[in-house]
Design a protein around this ligand. Structure first.
Ligand SMILES: Nc1ncnc2c1ncn2[C@@H]1O[C@H](COP(=O)(O)OP(=O)(O)OP(=O)(O)O)[C@@H](O)[C@H]1O
Length: 677
């Protein structure tokens, strides 16, 4: 790319927000530490016992909240990993001379290994297979523990001694609370880091749109598997502490109801929030034991099942009345306080931002002065955009084949959506893919990007066959796309969406994310994402929720997101739809400049005039067949193409004619030639 990036002070603009978020988090952690220090000093022995269990259970709850909130998967067997580790640790420390720390590491490792074996085949499948499989695992663990001599059947493993720290036995509950608390705090910090990391953001994006995330290079399966194994590690650590605290491990700890309780902790705390998991573990433990004490005073003589029913009823009521859980309540209160303090954004300012500058163009701009002003505005927008876009890598020389389709076919039962399509897409050129409605353009796009597998035929990108592979395979090699039906990451803001486009350019994995060792990388990518947004006139809405943007601006945001990947081949599926006239002009000119800088574009667009004016090569599909390919002039003169458009709707035929007029106007210097044409 010829234009150099200007050093926009993006980091400066973003810094206060990042610092604010980090500050809020550290204040929260500090408050939790203080609360955990004070709790044993003020709690009664009963409350102390509840507190220790809540802390122990907070660990599997944190793990489950990562699995549900980040990986979008439900596990009904979190208690199994808790139990496996508790048994493993109990057996290792009572039956072998292995040092206790090593025994704990091995026990957690066993839980992680089982999770890996369970998740490996299942997480490839979409749907709730993991929930069903973990439910089954729970039953297996319980039955094996109860029936096996190895686990000492119903008697369980006893004789567990509490650990010693610096020669002092952690005998009473207060000391044990202080022993477990640092692990919960560290676990919470690691989990919080993960949610904000490259991997965490990628998983959130997967929950919003798996297809869009994969098209940006996110390997959904491996990330989900890693989070599932990590979630089992949290459960395993909880199991180790449980064994120490209760001093006996019996089959009951693997029972289904404990898995449900972990689920409740996550839901009551606030689904998708790690803080919620910690709060939820205390809420559930307090509710259970609180009700156990309260119900007999309300209903004299009530025991056992009645207490359980009362507990269940209260939980159901809490979930119905507060679906956002504890964290949801905190958010409502925070928003209310901010409104009271007048800190919320004004609605007028917000909607002005959302409208965008291009939509504020005066209507009926017929006068020469206004037309001139508009042209200048478009020119300066293009210059600004060109100056701020990242470099586009060009691994192949202009004109060489970047993408080759050979015999590409897709059948849906009796419908042949794409039939034996073969053509090449040359590097550094814009190739238009047009055709009447239902011609097979989107199906073709989906097969190229990996969204669907072809029935037969091949798709070679940079000489490597990618057909039938997941979209992240092609994306990792530099092929990405936008979508006809927008695929916005609604859980984040506009900047967060474009930042996801940088995924392929990052390196940090789950471990580095948890350890918070990717700040510099994140800042660099954020700066690039902000530059791209500024370039395409979306800088002013960078911090707004992506889903709040009007349709046209969301489409522009998707283009920004795709450009952020610095692709070699960019597939644009109807990028002009929903854009204002000025936005179309800016985008068209930008695409020309990007093409001149080496970017290869494959463009599906219903605006035939734009395609003819933009493309170097046009391929025409009709009823699944490739009926023509060539320069715009060749294609327009092809009788099959005219017949295809005329053979369908009359207005489409008019579009073709408009396309002819438009391309003549753009390409011909000689007005006389227009008349001849
Ligand atoms: N999942 C599917 N199941 C069955 N038929 C399908 C499926 N997807 C597409 N088709 C059919 O395949 C053909 C090509 O559809 P496709 O969406 O690729 O066309 P298109 O050229 O993109 O159309 P448009 O311009 O209207 O978006 C159509 O007849 C369509 O009904």
């Amino acid at each position: 790319m010829t234009a150099q990036k200007t050093a926009l002070p993006a980091a400066q603009k973003r810094a206060p927000r990042i610092l604010q978020n980090a500050l809020v988090q550290w204040i929260g952690v500090a408050a939790l530490v203080v609360a955990l220090i004070v709790f044993p000093l003020v709690a009664s022995p009963t409350l102390m016992n509840i507190g220790v269990f809540a802390l122990i259970y907070a660990l599997p709850a944190i793990g489950l909240s990562l699995l549900m909130g980040l990986a979008g998967q439900v596990s009904l067997g979190q208690a199994s990993f808790f139990a496996i580790s508790a048994y493993a640790h109990a057996m290792l420390i009572t039956r072998t001379p292995i040092p206790e720390v090593l025994a704990a590491v091995l026990a957690v490792g066993v839980s992680m290994l089982i999770a890996l074996l369970v998740g490996w085949p299942l997480l490839r499948l979409r749907g709730h297979f993991l929930a069903l499989a973990t439910l089954g695992l729970g039953f297996i663990v319980y039955i094996v523990a109860r029936e096996s001599d190895f686990t000492n059947r119903t008697l369980g493993i006893s004789g567990i001694q509490r650990p010693e720290v610096f020669g002092m036995e952690i005998g009473n509950n207060g000391l044990f609370f202080y022993f477990v608390a640092p692990f919960v705090v560290i676990g919470l910090i690691l989990a919080l880091n993960l949610t904000r990391s490259r991997a965490g953001r990628a998983l959130s994006a997967v929950n919003d749109s798996e297809l869009a995330a994969e098209s940006l290079g996110v390997g959904t399966y491996s990330l989900r598997l890693k989070v599932f194994v990590l979630s089992a590690a949290f459960a395993g650590l909880g199991g180790v502490f449980y064994a120490y605290h209760v001093r006996i491990v019996t089959p009951e700890i693997g029972e289904f109801h404990l898995s449900v309780e972990f689920l409740l902790m996550v839901v009551l705390g606030g689904l998708g929030s790690v803080w919620g998991a910690v709060a939820g573990s205390f809420i559930v433990e307090l509710l259970r034991d609180g009700l156990r004490a309260i119900i007999p005073t309300i209903i004299p003589g009530a025991t056992g099942e009645v207490q359980l029913i009362g507990y269940g009823l209260v939980l159901v009521l809490v979930i119905i009345l507060l679906p956002g859980g504890f964290v949801g309540v905190v958010q409502i209160i925070t928003r209310w306080v901010r409104r009271m303090l007048g800190k919320g954004p004004s609605t007028t300012a917000r909607s002005a931002k959302l409208q965008g500058a291009s939509d504020q163009t005066p209507t009926g701009a017929f006068s020469a002065a206004i037309a001139e002003e508009e042209a200048q505005r478009i020119d300066s927008a293009v210059e600004q955009a060109a100056a701020n876009l990242p470099e586009m890598p060009t691994p192949v020389a202009t004109g060489e084949t970047v993408l080759r389709l050979e015999g590409l076919t897709k059948r849906y039962g009796g419908v042949v959506a794409v039939d034996n399509v073969t053509f090449d897409v040359p590097a550094g050129r814009i190739t238009g893919l047009i055709g009447p409605n239902g011609a097979g353009k989107t199906t073709c796009f989906n097969m190229i990007s990996g969204a669907i597998a072809p029935t037969s035929g091949t798709v070679s990108f940079l000489g490597r066959e990618v057909q039938g592979r997941k979209p992240n395979v092609a994306a990792s090699a530099g092929l990405t796309r936008t979508f006809q039906n927008l695929q916005v990451f609604g859980s984040t803001d506009v900047l967060g969406n474009v930042y996801m486009g940088r995924y392929r350019n990052g390196r940090a994995g789950v471990l580095r994310g948890m350890l918070g060792m990717q700040g510099a990388e994140q800042r660099r990518h954020r700066d690039v994402a902000r530059d791209i947004l500024d370039a395409l006139n979306l800088g002013d809405v960078a911090d707004l929720p992506a889903g709040d943007l009007p349709f046209g601006r969301q489409r522009m945001m998707e283009v920004c997101r795709a450009l952020a990947l610095e692709p070699t081949l960019l597939l644009l599926d109807e990028p002009m739809a929903g854009l204002s006239g000025a936005e179309r002009e800016v985008l068209a000119e930008l695409l020309r400049r990007l093409r001149d800088a080496g970017l290869t574009v494959l463009l599906v667009e219903h605006d035939v005039a734009q395609v003819m004016a933009l493309a170097d090569q046009v391929a025409v599909l009709d009823d699944g067949d490739l009926i023509a390919i060539g320069t715009p002039e060749e294609v327009q003169a092809n009788p099959k193409v005219i017949a295809a458009y005329l053979g369908t709707e009359e207005d489409e035929a008019e579009q073709v004619l408009e396309g002819v007029a438009a391309v003549d106007a753009v390409r011909s210097d000689d007005p006389k030639e227009d008349d001849d044409a």
